[in-house]
Design a binder for this molecule. Sequence first.
Ligand SMILES: *Cc1c(COP(=O)(O)O)cnc(C)c1O
Length: 410
Amino acid sequence: MTWQDDEARDLVKSFGARMQLFVRGEGAYLWDADGKRYLDFLAGIAVDSLGHAHPVFVDAVAAQAATLVQVSNYFATPPQLALAATLKRLAGTGEAGRVYFGNSGAEANEAAFKLARLHGAKSRERGADRPRILALKDAFHGRTMGTLALTGKPYMQEPFLPMTPGVEFIDSTVEALEAAIDDRVAALFVEPVKGEAGVLPLPDGYLTAAREITERHGALLIIDEIQTGAGRTGEWFAFQHEGITPDAITVAKGIGSGFPIGAMITFGAASDLFYPGTHGSTFGGNALGTAVANAVLGEIERAGLVQNAADRGAQLRAAIEGIGSPLIVGCRGMGLLVGVGLRHPVAKALVAAAQEHGLIINATNDDTIRLVPALTIGDVEIDEFVTLFTAALRTVEDALVLPTTTEVPA
Ligand SMILES: *Cc1c(COP(=O)(O)O)cnc(C)c1O
């Protein structure tokens, strides 16, 4: 019996076959059961901000586990209050902001979805209904039924129809937003860099325009920072690149560096939409998760990892373009959220070749590689990445019969 047999027999088939069995991690490296080492440029999908087994993470888990873990939301704990204050400060909400804690990105977005509905309900009391929610085509907001309804990918929704009603999908342009919005819209949901869709940043100035337009129509602007938050794009949150103030953001992935935690952070008047009895979670905001996230965010701040993400991201993009592979069209993204565009639909072959060479990367679709390493990476990891990625590219180039300009079409 191999681990593949166990997996095929015992795990729900909602994922494709797992590519490796990992037994240990340290920093930017993973090891499989045979002791082979891999450079990890996926980091649990933009989650392991501090890399694997970082001492700050390990100590925070151990210390809090030995102190207090779970008391339910009938009670408060010091780490929960400290994390709420820290998230408010980093997001720049000022006094008026509030934080709701869940355990994942989807739970953070479920809270935001309910926030939008509560905004609609409040308008209804004043005689002006807001049954509409706008979201962007191709953006990803999660896999639960509520967040799937917000996710503009028809092929993902199709097996699970009917969806929760009211959500309409628009192109990611200011013109499309202007054309679609009216005073019956409760909220616009935005993913600032569409990660799952292939690391596609919004057009420059989109968030600034979206802020002005949603405000004019009394709609909330809700920004999904689940992949872009916690410093990954070179600011604490991607919306800060445009200096706007949203009504709510959602965070998860990087804030726990592998510990499952998510949160919705509200700004201004949106902070007073929830009232007792309207939402909750048994585990959400427990002392263990919030203590770990406090430690993780504290280490990101102490070690200057937001700036490191900006600098290493630029260095990584330049290094990839310097490889000069005929397969590479160019790089996209912000900070350490990098998409590599490919000229042929070989992303999956490249992922497999990279693993042969000891490198973990991710294909978001047939012609995009996503790179989201730990925010702690430095020169050594980038140099090693370039060596391994170049080797993987050569493997795929050699296997491909690339059409040349001298070929006469049949
Ligand atoms: C990963 C992700 C989610 C979903 O988070 P889960 O923790 O998998 O539920 C939602 N939105 C964005 C932008 C994401 O990247």
